[in-house]
Design a protein around this ligand. Structure first.
Ligand SMILES: Nc1nc2c(ncn2[C@@H]2O[C@H](COP(=O)(O)OP(=O)(O)OP(=O)(O)O)[C@@H](O)[C@H]2O)c(=O)[nH]1
Ligand SMILES: [Zn+2]
Length: 199
């Protein structure tokens, strides 16, 4: 185990009152959060969102991406189920970090796409590691999940990390003129399943 469950408290939101559980990685001291709704231990195929940190989209209302819209839609969907969980995975910018994401945005402002920008900065297109998410689910005694995502690679990466995914549930929200090219690149170069979007 590389992660420890530290503390928990109530988190009332516009959708429901979650139990917020805080975790800490032993080596790095990096922390992550899980929001729990309902009796997750007694059920299987729990509706789950593993949400990668995006400070700009999640907290600052950025229209460059779809993250903030996905976060709200996921919390709403989970609240409508008898139980569900959202893991807020603190690997900002597909794990290149906030400042490198801003560097990547600067390159995108000059015309390169999100994948090429990562390459130009010396990173892979996606630097995330989902091992810690598998450990959080294990600590929460969650056996299997229905995963809210449009990214088939994410399903594969999470399965490789040991997570039992019984179904992929689409989460297509938030397209706007500012993120249209970004979403198209995710569909074309990263295989995201966004085809029901109105272009
Ligand atoms: N490196 C980089 N990261 C970005 C960029 N735009 C958003 N992100 C980060 O991308 C992460 C979200 O990943 P996405 O590729 O949007 O989506 P996903 O999590 O793979 O798939 P979904 O489950 O469908 O949302 C967050 O950590 C964002 O901060 C960008 O242009 N460059
Ligand atoms: Zn984002």
């Amino acid at each position: 185990m590389q992660i420890v469950r530290i503390t928990e408290a109530r988190l009332p939101t516009p959708w429901t009152e979650f139990i917020m559980v805080g975790f800490e990685e032993i080596k790095t001291k990096c922390n992550h959060i899980a929001l729990l709704h309902g009796n997750i231990e007694e059920n299987t195929s729990i509706l789950t969102r593993i949400h990668s940190e995006c400070l700009t989209g999640d907290a600052l209302f950025s229209l460059r991406c779809d993250c903030g819209f996905q976060l709200q839609a996921a919390l709403s969907s989970i609240a409508h189920e008898s139980c569900g969980v959202l893991i807020y995975h603190r690997q900002e910018g597909r794990n290149i970090g906030l400042l490198n994401k801003i560097r990547a945005y600067a390159l995108q402002d000059q015309g390169v796409d999100t994948v090429e920008a990562n390459y130009q900065l010396g990173f892979a297109a996606d630097e995330r590691d989902f091992t810690v998410c598998a450990e959080i689910l294990s600590l929460l005694k969650i056996k299997s999940i229905r995963l809210l995502t449009n990214n088939p690679d994410k399903v594969n990466m999470l399965s490789s990390a040991g997570i039992n995914i019984t179904e992929r549930v689409p989460l297509i929200v938030g397209r706007n003129p500012n993120n249209a090219k970004y979403l198209d690149t995710k569909a074309e170069k990263m295989g995201h399943m966004l085809s029901t979007l109105n272009k």
